[in-house]
Design a protein around this ligand. Sequence first.
Ligand SMILES: [Zn+2]
Length: 283
Amino acid sequence: MKRMYMALAMALMLMAAPALGEDDGEISIQQTAGIFIEEVTYDDVAWNFPIDLSEMDPDLVRLANKQMFLPKDFVPDDLVTMKTRKQDKEGNNLNGGVKKDTGGTLKLRAECAEALVTMLEDAMDEGVTLYLKSAYRSYQTQATMYYNRLESNNGKDLGYVTKAGASDHQTGLAADLIPKEWLGKGMTRAMGVAEGCKWMANNCARYGFILRYPEDKEDITEINYEPWHLRYVGVPVATYIMENGLCLEEFHVELQAAIDQFLADGGRMSLVRDFIQVSAEND
Ligand SMILES: [Zn+2]
């Protein structure tokens, strides 16, 4: 669809349109026969992707998975501690930990933390109570978790705990949330039927979050369905991913194709370099 518009835009430009500007990222909107066409160009090279470069933060869309490892020393520099805002009748900390004793130890990157608090408060206004169970995990914490899980599973990797460097939690942008009605029932795929999880799936994109491990993408993410695991990517990217039923890996395939095209058309490497990720050594 997008490509068709682009082709149409080019054809119309040849006919009558004023020249595109010289500036980076100029958006030219032309009206011809009642059709609005929007095209973003950088030095006259089209950025042919549903989301403009200026609306994506390379840091926020960073991938961590079994193919793309984060470096051992990767620690987000703006982690903030999730503070308790409210408590329910049983003394559970809303927004900041599933029980009192975990409150104050959960950290997220600042922008993600702010979006999460807003989301949790809005959810509560709609009668949905979600508890933050897990947030940032360091490389070392993940390494210990992986080792312990392997030990308890007789050395078998069942796909719930990832190796150090491959965990979304190391980005500081991942949050595991449990709906109140599911407390004590265990973190299994069955949780997806909980009203709180349905609310998350339907509303998270408005706050910049995606469901990081969807049920129908297990073969791509290589992680079992996790209805509790949200990942912050920013509103434009989250909206695109959730509306199109993608997972973050698929988004990256599309983004990489757009980058390749942009560079092939003569686009400047400096504009897209930060989006090109290279895996750290995995040991
Ligand atoms: Zn998680």
